[in-house]
Design a protein around this ligand. Sequence first.
Ligand code: ZN
Ligand code: ZN
Length: 439
Amino acid sequence: MNKEQLKQKVLETIDKNRETIIATGEKIFENPELGYKEFETTKLIKSELEKLGLSVEKDIAVTGVRAKANKDKDGPTVAVMGELDSVICYDHEKSNKETGAAHACGHHIQTAAMLGVAIGLVSSEAVKELDGKIDFIGVPAEEYVELEYRSKIKEEGKMTYFGGKQELILKGYLDDVDMSMMIHSLNLPEDKKVVIGSKGNGFVGKEVQFIGQEAHAGSAPEEGINALNAAMLAMNNIHANRETFLDGDHIRVHPIITKGGDLVNVVPADVRMETYVRGRTIEGIEDANKKVNRALKAGADAVGAKVKITEIPGYLPLLNNNDMDSLFKENALALVKDSEIEEGGEFGGSTDFGDVLHLMPSIHPFIGGVQGNLHTRNFKITDPETAYILPAKIMALTVIDLLFDGAKKAKEIIDNFEPAMTKEEYLKFLDKNSRIIEN
Ligand SMILES: [Zn+2]
Ligand SMILES: [Zn+2]
């Protein structure tokens, strides 16, 4: 069978299984789970991958799955990933009313699309014609949320890093992977369906505790040290630094207070904050982070409080592999109009796929078919064909291009790729960014 015939067969197989792919996505949508708690989602994806005759490892990083196709073949390994977790958005129509979990970032879509790639390549038996291996990975915990919960399970030894892909790198699940891809949904303008080559921000994560002295708020406030005032000053100090951030660094600092006090009639002595310091480059993030730490300390100093800053490795900036993006675009052009594809652009968010991109050739295109901003109650699918089926098809066709004919194309891309970091350098970098500063 030649490559075009093979591609045709895979497209037909995905079309034939359209309902299964969409129904799986909708099932995940109906039962949103937060990162490192995706127990039901893991079970569901495991059973769908097993239906294809693949052997599936479960709970690879607390939760998550990995299935290997062609595992006994020689040749490079391409990983196709889908993220399993949701965000918290209580007001979303499908939120879990207890936990607030809701698929307002569209991860149910990309996980179903990943399954669609597996169905397309495996059910059609196209994999037999390919000269390399394919890993289908349902990855836990992309959203960097619930920092306190994650610190707790880290202490319990259940995991080390807050991002699921970071954890997979640490545990060696990507050691034998040579290149990787995933898609993310995005509310694109109506006349666009695909975005390739976007850049995105990296960040460091911070948990901050202001420690004051409690006192009766009415009868003896002079004996207290108000930790909430320290936090409020610290926030203003951060704002006062914003004019020093370089435009090109795309710095964003956006703290929230997760605990503001215990009782209105007690001077707050324990106030907690979480924040990211985001930016386009590692140097930019480090510079802004120094200023944020200075601002936090100054807020505490002003009222005689103490501050404990726990820095947690965040994610690296998003960089796409141009050669893989070109292949993805070529395959997209078989399914959508040229005018529906956008190239470049800026994504202000962050993803732990940025970490993967620093280690191996990888792509993270955005796909439309949805409306409403990510992480808001308005996020919803408006065109299931574009949201679910289109990315499954484009990714499957791209895998064929990479691994057909002795995996010539994949080998060429791997040979041309200069990793920004080795795995060892990467893990050292994470460790360096893992520290507690007490003032
Ligand atoms: Zn998100
Ligand atoms: Zn997301």
